[in-house]
Each structure stands twice: as C-alpha cells, then as structure tokens.
Design a protein around this ligand. Sequence first.
Ligand code: SAM
Length: 190
Amino acid sequence: MHADKWAIKAKQSGFKTRAVFKLEEILIKTNSLKGTQKILDIGSAPGGWSHYLKLKLPKSEIYAIDILEMEDITGVNFFQKSIELIDEIPQINQLKGKFNLVISDIAPNITGINTVDIENIYELNLLTLRAAHRYVENNNGKFIIKTFQNSMFKGLRKEMGLLFKTVQTFKPAASKKQSAEIYLYGAKKQ
Ligand SMILES: C[S@@+](CC[C@H](N)C(=O)[O-])C[C@H]1O[C@@H](n2cnc3c(N)ncnc32)[C@H](O)[C@@H]1O
C-alpha cells in the first residue's frame, strides 16, 4: 500500500495516526492482544498507540508516559515524566511485573550530528528495555520497541536477548522503506 494510503486508512478507521498500523501488524503477527489486560505505553504522546489499544481492548488498563503533554484519552492513565523517572510514579511502580504488554515508540530529539544521535537513541532504548524488563509480567509478558537500523542496532538486539527469551525483528508494511525505523519484539515466553 502507498504510504499516504495508510494515512487515509487511519482517518477512515478513526485512529489518530498511521503509525498504529505498524504496531497493529506486530501485535497481530505475535498474537499479543490475546489475554492482554495491563498495558504500558512508553513515549506515548500524542497518544495514537494508546488510543488505538483502548479502542481494540476497551477493558484494558493502559498506563502511558511521555515528557510531553498528552491530550486526555478516556481510560488511559497518563503521566508526564521521563522514562528515567518511571519508578517514581507510584501508580505505575506498584504494577512492577504485572504488565502483559509494554510498548515503546520513544524517540529522542535529533541533533543532526549522526554519532550523537545514534548514541542518544541507544541510551534511551536501553533505559526503556530495562524498564520494560522490570514492569512486564515475567512468564508471558511482551515488549515491542521502535528503534533504528544503525551501528548500535545489533548491540541493542543482543541486550534484549539477555532479558527476553524470544526476540524478533519487524519492518511493518506501513513503515516507509526508506525510513531507518525498525521494531524489536521480545517475549518472556519461548
Ligand atoms: C514518535 S513519538 C510517539 C508517538 C506515539 N506512539 C503515538 O502513537 O502517538 C515519540 C515520543 O517519545 C517521547 N520521548 C522522548 N524522550 C523521552 C523520555 N526520556 N521519556 C519519555 N518520553 C520520551 C517524545 O516526547 C515523543 O512524544
């Protein structure tokens, strides 16, 4: 499908952004919606993924964090905080090890200096990966993170392999071919 068609499809479906189709493809291929009740959305603003998941799973409990403000979404518990400080949010902290699904679309501000940007992405992804490991359910929890194909990608995948039993890489159809973005999926269960 042409890239703009995804934007039209998103509008027709009542979704906030075309990016939901990237998440949706991975969720379907990995059967990650089944039995999912508690969801943690990291780097959630402006709220496209949280909104999509609340529509798909109306009974789910969704917790979302971002450094930017996010418009209210009914049924989504949003906290304006950096991932670095996630443990300081009591409502989230008390749910350590209880999330069925953790998703991250987190992306740092780009400086334009390639080496600095690559390092910043890696550091932020690593923080997110470690937080996901603490918060996701240990038996069957799932984690999906957007990252970028660069010189640190292999290292990140390796780190994920130390914390999750299964690790898979996805390049969803709705992700532009020329974009370096790529997704990692980790499952606690083999
Ligand atoms: C691509 S956007 C997320 C889009 C979102 N998934 C959606 O569907 O609307 C990336 C987000 O990561 C957030 N972010 C960057 N650094 C962060 C940090 N240290 N802690 C939390 N969020 C952060 C940005 O503020 C931005 O809103």
